[in-house]
Design a protein around this ligand. Structure first.
Ligand SMILES: *Cc1c(COP(=O)(O)O)cnc(C)c1O
Length: 389
């Protein structure tokens, strides 16, 4: 198997598994218990919180553990909007957000809020000028993702967050695709809230965190005990939280080196595809982009067909977004970038990670170009391309 779907999920780092194991077994205490067993678990999650805070230059009390990126986004958006709704009812986000953000805003619209969904250019970038123009005296909150999961394009978050700050608007960013991959310094970056998910950075699935800047109010969305300083009820998932801290530490330590290595693989893959496959577009190639992501649009071929054929050859990729796979709607991200339906349908996302090699990239270029050629032969429009090249 060649795994090229790291933006969907990553395997746990072996050191992460090793760190978690005792907490599934003998160290099973409840962090809320006052006895020794409980306090041992409490100490472990607090050490993880401290490690995470160090990695992103935050304070420990600004980190809330959640069940993943989806819950962190829900808590950030609903939690803040409900806390500040007396100040106004206008919210701003973008058209290219993950569904864990978009669907929260859609629900809020039904509850009486007004939402502006900012457009992006063909490269998938939000224009800070558009953000500035969308602000009204009623605007209380904005959420723009750090990097997009489909294109890998990195948004001008620092600029957007600064504009929000000037206008007294609370600013959240979904950093699920950047935590562990890019340096995040919350001492400098003026965002108020930031979401992350462990399984996207070699930690376990089902855990994540929300950073909430000191002073930002938040209405808890999961009511229970006084866990997480009363902001998120529920017994902490000790093994997973411990694993997440370890995973973020490893990624932070290896970040620069890994990014260079992975970018060399990604660039090789893209050059290979551009050389071997006619009529392809690589989305966001001229913009700041995650070093591991390549979203390729192939004319006259369906993304799903390419995905299934690659899978048959032992290569795991995604077509558009994993959550929308299986549905006939093309990716909302590609439509927002202005690509027509027929082109947006032909997308394949390669997302690389720690365990990919140059040998694998060579194999992928070879297999992918032959699959595209085969599929174009049986496509009524594809035959034209083959004749024309
Ligand atoms: C994966 C992902 C999420 C959801 O995170 P989960 O932990 O899987 O719930 C949210 N936003 C982005 C950008 C993602 O890539």
């Amino acid at each position: 198997m060649i795994y090229l779907d790291y933006n969907a999920t990553s395997p746990c780092h072996p050191k992460v598994i090793e760190t978690m194991l005792p907490f599934f077994g003998e160290k099973f205490g409840n962090p809320s218990s006052l006895h020794t067993m409980g306090q041992e678990a409490k100490k472990a999650i607090e050490e993880s919180r401290a490690a995470i805070a160090r990695c992103i230059s935050a304070r420990e009390e600004e980190i809330i553990f959640t069940s993943g990126g989806t819950e962190a986004n829900n808590l950030a958006i609903r939690g803040v909007v409900k806390a500040y709704q007396k100040k106004g009812n206008h919210l701003i986000t973008s058209q290219i957000e993950h569904h864990a953000v978009l669907n929260v805003f859609k629900a809020l619209e039904k509850e009486g809020f007004t939402v502006t969904y900012l457009p992006v250019n063909q490269e998938g970038l939000v224009d800070p000028g558009d953000f500035q123009k969308a602000i009204t005296p009623q605007t209380i909150f904005a959420s723009i993702m750090h990097a997009n999961n489909e294109t890998g394009v990195i948004q001008p978050i620092e600029e957007l967050a600064s504009i929000a700050k000037e206008h007294g608007i609370i600013f959240h960013t979904d950093a699920v695709q950047t935590a562990g991959k890019l340096p995040i310094d919350l001492g400098k970056l003026p965002v108020d809230l930031l979401s992350a998910s462990a399984h996207k950075f070699y930690g376990p699935k089902g855990t994540g965190f929300l950073y909430v800047r000191k002073g930002v109010r938040l209405i808890p969305q999961l009511l229970g005990g006084a866990h997480e300083r009363g902001r998120r009820g529920g017994t902490e998932n000790v093994p997973l939280i411990v694993g997440m801290g370890k995973a973020l530490e490893i990624c932070t330590q290896e970040q620069e080196e890994e990014n260079q290595r992975i970018q060399a693989l990604r660039d090789f893959l893209e050059s290979g595809i551009l050389a071997e496959v006619p009529e392809v577009i690589i989305v966001g190639r001229r913009s700041p982009r995650l070093s591991n992501t390549s979203l390729v649009l192939v004319r006259y071929v369906e993304g799903e067909s390419m995905l299934l054929n690659l899978d048959f050859a032992g290569i795991c990729v995604s077509s558009g977004s994993a959550c929308t796979s299986g549905s006939l709607e093309p990716s909302h991200v590609l439509l927002a970038c202005g690509y027509p339906h027929e082109i947006a349908h032909g997308s394949v996302r390669f997302s690389l990670g720690k365990w990919n090699t140059m040998e694998e990239m060579k194999e992928v270029v070879r297999v992918f170009s032959s699959i595209v050629e085969k599929l174009r032969h049986i496509s009524p429009f594809g035959k034209e391309v083959i004749r024309n090249v």
